[in-house]
Ligand binder design. Structure first.
Ligand code: TAP
Length: 488
């Protein structure tokens, strides 16, 4: 079924009057979408399809952007910039609050659309992705109001080119667009080819909010459109995605004078000490690696467990894994949904099949017959140098090894090229606080995991990228020092 058929026939839990505008717009498109440039949707030109990963059916046809589309979007953003920046923080905040409120008003619609397009469980899109995206706009509306007092010596960069991945489509959009707009920039954003639908619905929300034309432009298409944005006349590139593409973007922008932030991959350690509350650590791990089918940049995908409790911990974990429910993302009782696309499913399958080491436990859950599903999997007894201990799998596969001393734990944790997030579980807070700064990681969580907030800077070091999103650090990445001097 296409999205118009789904939304016309389905009771998806939205009181019609509360979402009428956005729903009518979505259905009226007739499952064909153009770009959003200079405040209006372009005629759909086709080029690629978005499919429902839970059953492989086509949801909609989207438009592959041409060089002319990207140029038009950048020019629109350039034209809009002086007036948008000139509105001042308080003026821009009015629009950011309006966007936040509209995201809230249409939250059910966004959640269902996200789960249909991406395959994530509706519980996650409803309770995590969409509320966090709203929170991002509310937070940055507040920060826009503060900036003139708090950041008087900084100004907007101008036009920002933003390229995002498919794992948190609307949330990654919010992480990019909200701070850029708050600081007075205008944007051209490209969502991932697999998951562009909520970005287009967001474009309609910009229209509903009366956002001045050209402030937000959204162009769809494959990686070549990302390359065009990187090469375009923009002042900043903000990229979230794989380390391989991030490296190409860094090369392409070197010497261009463009500002750059890269949020890339990870292979984050999840360290469990023998004095940890093992039941809580198991629950944390379920969240760390099986949330969003493990397709999370900061997924705690590498379990490092203290030798004295390794056997007991693995046994508890296997028992918990066997209770996970895998299935239809729109079923509220599901824990693990679909993998975003058959291509990603094959990547996961091939990587796991390439491994001959250790012992593998596959969760007991029955998988749906149709669609792209992969069972929660645990591979224990690996060596630190094994390929699966080093490479990001980006799927629901946890790899595990053991350590003897805190120093071993730190050495193992730091033994990858990445440095995004790390988690430490111990009842001994002195030990945890001693370990945390020794971990080569942009973020460290203690006795918790995946804790994110719009007010806290998120980002990595080493091959996980540079720059922060959220908080003051994220905002400063969308500004530069003002070219004025002030008396000492
Ligand atoms: P990528 O393949 O790198 O794609 C990311 C985005 O870049 C997509 O929009 C993609 O377009 C586009 N793209 C592809 N080739 C490009 C090029 N040569 N120039 C410019 N843009 C290009 O990553 P993905 O598979 O979507 O996402 C998974 C990766 O993102 C993982 O490594 C994950 O760890 C990382 N990630 C990191 C974070 C943070 S905050 N560090 C957050 C989420 C995800 P198409 O989709 O159309 O190919």
């Amino acid at each position: 079924m296409t999205i118009s058929e789904i939304f016309e026939t389905m009771d998806y839990g939205v009181a019609p009057e509360s979402a009428a505008d956005a729903l009518a717009w979505l259905v009226d498109q007739g499952d064909r979408f153009g770009h959003f440039i200079d405040g209006a949707f372009t005629e759909p030109g086709g080029g690629f399809e978005s499919r429902n990963p839970a059953n492989g059916e086509v949801l909609a046809t989207l438009t592959q952007a041409t060089q002319a589309d990207v140029d038009a979007a950048v020019k629109a953003a350039r034209r809009a910039h002086p007036k948008w920046e000139g509105l001042g923080g308080h003026g821009r905040a009015r629009y950011l609050y309006a966007l936040a409120r509209l995201l809230q008003k249409h939250s059910r619609l966004f959640a269902v659309l996200e789960s249909l397009d991406n395959g994530k469980p509706i519980r996650e899109s409803r309770d995590i992705d969409i509320p966090l995206a709203q929170r991002h706009f509310y937070f940055h509306a507040g920060m826009a109001q503060l900036m003139e007092d708090e950041l008087p010596d900084r100004e907007a960069l101008g036009v920002c080119g933003q390229v995002i991945p498919w794992n948190f489509p609307l949330l990654m959009l919010a992480w990019k667009i909200a701070p850029a707009l708050a600081m007075g920039n205008t944007v051209v954003l490209k969502p991932a080819e697999y998951t562009s639908l909520t970005a287009l619905l967001f474009a309609d929300v910009c229209r509903q909010a009366g956002l001045p034309k050209g402030v937000v432009n959204i162009v769809t298409g494959d990686g070549s459109v990302g390359e065009m944005i990187v090469a375009a006349d923009v002042d900043k590139i903000a990229f979230t995605g794989s380390t391989a593409v991030g490296r190409r973007i860094r090369e392409a922008t070197a010497g261009s004078g463009k500002s750059l932030t890269l949020e890339l991959g990870g292979k984050s350690p999840y360290i469990v000490f023998d004095d940890a509350d093992l039941d809580s650590a198991v629950e944390g791990l379920v969240d760390a690696i099986w949330f969003n089918q493990g397709q999370v940049c900061c997924a705690g995908s590498r379990l490092l467990v203290h030798e004295p409790v390794a056997e007991a911990f693995h046994a508890k974990l296997r028992a918990r894994m066997d209770k996970l429910r895998v299935g239809d993302p729109l079923d509220k009782s599901i824990d693990v949904g679909a993998i975003v696309d058959p291509v990603q499913l094959k990547t996961i399958t091939d990587l796991v099949a390439s491994n001959t080491a250790g012992q593998t436990h596959v969760a007991a859950a029955a998988l749906p017959v149709e669609g792209s599903f992969y069972p929660p999997t645990l591979i224990t007894g690996l060596n630190p140098a094994d390929r699966l201990m080093q490479e990001e799998i980006f799927g629901p596969v946890l790899v595990s090894t053991t350590f003897r001393t805190p120093a071993d734990a730190v050495a193992l944790a730091n033994n990858t090229r990445y440095g995004l997030a790390a988690t430490v579980w111990s009842e001994n807070i002195n030990l945890a606080l001693d370990i945390a700064p020794k971990l080569a990681s942009g973020i460290v969580w203690i006795n918790g995991t995946n804790l994110m907030d719009a007010a806290a800077g998120f980002g990595g070091i080493r091959e996980s990228g540079f720059g922060r999103e959220g908080g003051w650090e994220g905002l400063s990445g969308y500004t530069r020092p003002k070219g004025t001097s002030k008396p000492l």
